[in-house]
Design a protein around this ligand. Sequence first.
Ligand code: FA5
Length: 352
Amino acid sequence: MDNKISSLRAQLEDELSKIKSTVDLDKVRVAYLGKKGCVTELLKGMKELSGESRKEFGKKVNELKQLAAKRIEERTEELKKLEIEAEIAAMPQFDITTPADLDRGSYHPITLVQRQCESIFKSMGFTVEDYAEVVTDYECFESVNIPKHHPARDMQDTYYLENGQLLKSQTSAAQNAIIKKYGKGLKENGVPIKAIFPGRCFRNEATDATHENTFFQMEGVMVDKDISISNLIYFMKTMLSEVFRKDIKVRLRPGFFPFVEPGFELDINCLICGGDGCPSCNHSGWLELCPCGMIHPEVLKEGGVDPEEYTGFAFGLGLTRLAMMKYGIKDIRDLNSGRLKALAQFTDDDKE
Ligand code: FA5
């Protein structure tokens, strides 16, 4: 019996040294320590012994059992370590000494103008709000005074989901929620509502040099006591002179939007052709950039603000067209083209 125990010890060491994976190691554990393993078999043989020799044999089998458990445990740890090292060696290697002047990408021109406009309006006390792209008919139209079947809906066909929701055709879709959100502060503490909310808009329409089916707008609203058209013109002028940092010609003409009264179209003299007329301005010399007006009393009422006490202005800046004018991009479709070579050449002029 003693010989058997000694040869099992030697056999265990031999098997452990040959094993290369933790999976195979489990087979050794079962062969030695499992229910039908050799240690269990040895213990069964004890019944043939008696007295002192039985006690002595039991002790030796137990020692073998403990040794086998310990050695299997140790070998498991060794193999786990080796397996991790092999996994690391198989991973792609990085050279940390590579110079850092790799192409780090760039911001899209629309992101650049959006950030610039945000920082201009923030400096004038406006908050920047985010809003969903999928909205309800109420948010996009009804809450801004465009009831169902109103002819103004024809100007903004969009994409509808089967559940009746739609991809917002204008950032005005957030007006009602913003007026409701800040109306409490206005009434209770006299804090004016001053917010801008940039966002992606969608329209089901034919594309050309100035029209895309997916484009960005940036809406702005201000509501307080005694807000007038002069305030609106002041903020528009400040924003444009900060964005372009040069004198540009603008014109204000009457425009109809059911959510403002009076309403205006703010056009910018085309910076691509200098006003002579080209495809980028539909050969008119002017580009519709930022419709605006005094918020309609019905829209204030719908947002829970008393139009007898408060007035406000709203504007809907065409951010994509602003990027075209600022960076001299002739065709709006280039902005959604994904052509990185063309899009990567613009920089943030605050950082120049
Ligand atoms: C509106 O969307 C109104 N919600 C704007 C508004 C807000 C008016 C608040 C009054 C008060 P309009 O459909 O004209 O209006 O679009 C506003 C601007 O978005 C346009 O002047 C233009 O610069 C831009 N725009 C409109 N449609 C497109 C298009 N298909 N592609 C690119 N830019 C567009």
